[in-house]
Design a protein around this ligand. Structure first.
Ligand code: GDP
Ligand code: MG
Length: 168
C-alpha cells in the first residue's frame, strides 16, 4: 500500500516562560524538567505523519522565528499569569499577519491554558470563558494543559492535526 507522507510545520507561540519548550518535550519525548533555558518568542516543531493512523514523529528544536509555511499553531499562555493571557491576541494577530494557508484562510490555531496543575494559583475568576473567547477570536479549539502532569497535551495536538488535515 502506498503511504502518503506529509510534512506539517506547527508553530508553538506565546510569551516567555508559558511552557512552550516543556509542551514540545512532553509531546515528543515524554519528559518534563523544571530547567529548560528560556526561549524568547517562538519555538518550532516539525512532525511527519503517515495518515493511515500510524504516526512517525520528527522534532527540530529551533529558536529562530520561522512562520513561513506553517500549517498550524499552538498559542500558549500560563494560567497563573494574566499578562501572558493578555498577550494571546497579540500572538494570534502576529500569526495571522505573517502566515496563511495557500487558499488564503488563517492557519488553524489551538489555544492552550498551560500549567493547569497550578490551578490553585490560577486566574480562573479573571479569565473570560475560554469557550467563548476562543470561538470569538477564531481558534479551532482550546484546552487546559499541563506539560508537567501530561494533561491534554496529546488531545490538543490531535485537535490541531485534525483541523490541519480537514481544512486543506
Ligand atoms: P517557554 O519559555 O515558553 O519555552 O517555557 P518553558 O517550557 O521553558 O517553561 C518555563 C517554566 O515553566 C519552566 O520552569 C517549566 O518547568 C515550567 N512549566 C512549563 N510547563 C509547566 C506546567 O504545565 N506546569 C508547571 N507547574 N510548570 C510548567
Ligand atoms: Mg522555550
Amino acid at each position: 500500500m502506498m503511504q502518503h507522507e506529509r510534512l506539517l510545520k506547527v508553530l508553538v507561540i506565546g510569551d516567555l516562560g508559558v511552557g512552550k519548550t516543556s509542551i514540545i518535550k512532553r509531546y515528543v519525548h515524554q519528559v518534563f524538567s523544571q530547567h529548560y533555558r528560556a526561549t524568547i518568542g517562538v519555538d518550532f516543531a516539525l512532525k511527519v505523519l503517515n495518515w493511515d493512523h500510524r504516526t512517525v514523529e520528527r522534532y527540530g528544536n529551533m529558536t529562530r522565528v520561522y512562520y513561513r509555511e506553517a500549517v498550524g499553531a499552538l498559542v500558549v499562555f500560563d494560567m497563573t499569569r494574566l499578562s501572558t493571557f493578555q498577550a494571546v491576541l497579540k500572538w494570534k494577530g502576529d500569526l495571522d499577519s505573517k502566515v496563511a494557508l495557500s487558499n488564503g484562510r488563517a492557519v488553524p490555531a489551538v489555544l492552550l491554558a498551560n500549567k493547569c496543575d497550578q490551578r490553585r494559583h490560577g486566574l480562573c475568576p479573571k479569565l473570560p470563558k475560554l469557550e467563548n473567547f476562543s470561538r470569538e477570536y477564531g481558534f479551532v479549539g482550546w484546552f487546559e494543559t499541563s506539560a508537567k502532569d501530561n494533561t491534554n497535551i496529546d488531545a490538543a495536538i490531535t485537535c490541531l492535526v485534525k483541523n490541519i488535515m480537514y481544512v486543506e
